[in-house]
Design a protein around this ligand. Sequence first.
Ligand SMILES: [Zn+2]
Ligand SMILES: [Zn+2]
Length: 254
Amino acid sequence: MKIQVLGCSSAELPNANLPGFLVDGKILLDAGTIGTVLTESQQWKISHVLITHAHLDHVKDLPFFADNISMNRKRHQVTIMSIPEVNGALKKNLLNDILWPDFTKIPTPDDPILKLQNIQPGVSFTLDGYRIIGYEVRHTVPAVGYLIEDKNGKRLLYAGDAGPDNTIWEFIPGKLDGIIVEVSLPNRFQERALETGHLTPKLLQKELKRMKDLPDMIFITHCKPGYREKIQEELQSLHMGSITMLTDGARFEL
Ligand SMILES: [Zn+2]
Ligand SMILES: [Zn+2]
């Protein structure tokens, strides 16, 4: 499984892109960054977008992505998958013919550019040879994390914005090959992290203690750009195994 980090920041600045992780060039996890990184032909290879939650930093580029696809001469349809609360929020607040044209009806309601498909938390589905499960996570809005298993049995968990006191860590059976997990703020902002459903290094440590086996690789996403170095320093001092701070543009393979 090859992962390309389109963005892994929780704020948008020059050299800091919002979350988007491309799996094997065709399945996108969150849509904070698409068009500023991928060429048109790379965008047209994306068949499915799995959205963790409706916060704008995770869906911002969906409207422009749909517009780019509409300019493609070949017919292409992209399936947006998430829990009903998230798909409902996208339809009501983003693709609503006010903020942006409703690409779930363009060019026709029967054969639109974007197809919204609901998933059920905890129920696995297969998609192009991958086995995927969405797990509910605790944040400030309805949210899920995704466990993706490829044909070779490699398993990645992308937890999205999973704040403190999540049970997702206990549900996953067996040892994972990798997880992408958020740490938004340094330890001194613990109170703010608790209020906003995010993690600090210490809160992450508490979460990961719930796992029976630590994954082989732990990738950190969603840092506030100004606190990246402090977060890295604090994570190192916790000695939690193989932790990598993701960077925009990074690629890794499980
Ligand atoms: Zn969020
Ligand atoms: Zn976020």
